[in-house]
Design a protein around this ligand. Structure first.
Ligand SMILES: Nc1ncnc2c1ncn2[C@@H]1O[C@H](COP(=O)(O)OP(=O)(O)OP(=O)(O)O)[C@@H](O)[C@H]1O
Length: 272
């Protein structure tokens, strides 16, 4: 009964993930407010995806705890999704030979008492369940702008629309927190802009969003708060101005070319 809207919706405390001798994530804290958009950036291998995998039950963290609405998140991925934390993947994971609509309906099944697969072909109660899932899926396809492809096979969608479909499917479970792992990877500038608008629209529905992305412009324009990871540790946390002006961040990215890195030092007193 401790679930409430007062504290953070997601509260990650001291999460550490070790693989043998390698510490991929090292004591990371993350607090996400209701309806907040938080960015997670860092050079290749910094531990960003491993961190997401810890949050979503793909990995069991070596140490730390993860609270969702004040309660410990369950351990298994299905239960994490059912609890209210949903995600997309760096490498798109759709059911390629199912239709676009069916892909989203599958994302709904954690919310259905009957279970989608047992519902198909059964009596009226089951059919009502399936109809509800279908309506919800249709609404999400409209929302994500791919309704015209509803009956197409997922594998035949243009790449940018496959990414939208992944988001629609993740939304089908009615999450409170959506985790996006490189949602604009491989997109052209127009698609990237549309993805930004989509994330704002998701936030406007009341969801909190945590997004991993290498595209700095995207992150700086989108996120109220940004966390920089290097070698599994949190290096800097703050708004876009703070992060882009911090010399430690610039140093962490040396050798990783990206646009818009400020070269001028700022008069704001940044730590070394
Ligand atoms: N299952 C695993 N077993 C062993 N090491 C792993 C495993 N998963 C990740 N790692 C290691 O953990 C470190 C962090 O990797 P991770 O993929 O989380 O980084 P990342 O910040 O997401 O990188 P990128 O931006 O390239 O996706 C890397 O050194 C990686 O090789």
């Amino acid at each position: 009964m401790s679930a409430s809207n007062d504290g953070p919706i997601l509260d990650v405390r001291g999460v550490t993930m070790r693989f043998g001798g390698l510490t991929a994530v090292d004591g990371v804290d993350l607090s996400v407010g209701h309806g907040e958009i938080v960015g997670l950036i860092g050079p290749n291998g910094a531990g960003k995806t491993t961190f997401f995998n810890c949050l979503t039950g793909l990995y069991t963290p070596t140490e730390g705890e993860i609270l969702y609405k004040g309660k410990r998140l369950p351990k298994r991925p299905y239960d994490v999704t059912a609890a209210g934390v949903s995600r997309t993947f760096q490498n798109i994971r759709l059911f390629p030979n199912m239709t676009v609509l069916e892909n989203v309906m599958v994302g709904r099944h954690v919310r259905l008492k009957e279970g989608l697969f047992s519902a198909i072909g059964r009596g009226p109660r089951y059919r009502r369940t399936e109809a509800e899932a279908r309506d919800k899926a249709r609404e999400l396809l409209e929302f994500t702008g791919i309704a015209r492809h509803s009956e197409a096979l997922a594998r035949n969608l243009p790449y940018g629309d496959q990414r939208r479909l992944e988001i629609a499917r993740a939304l089908a479970s009615d999450p409170g927190v959506l985790l996006l792992d490189e949602p604009t990877a491989g997109m052209n500038p127009q698609e990237t802009r549309e993805t930004m608008e989509l994330v704002f629209a998701i936030r406007d529905r009341g969801l909190a969003v945590v997004v991993i992305e290498h595209d700095m412009r995207f992150i700086f324009n989108l996120c109220e708060r940004i966390i920089v990871l290097t070698q599994g540790r949190k290096l800097v946390e703050g708004n876009a101005e703070t992060v882009r002006a911090d010399e430690r961040v610039i140093a962490a990215y040396i050798g990783t070319p990206h646009e818009e890195t400020p070269v001028a030092s700022t008069e704001a007193g940044e730590g070394q």
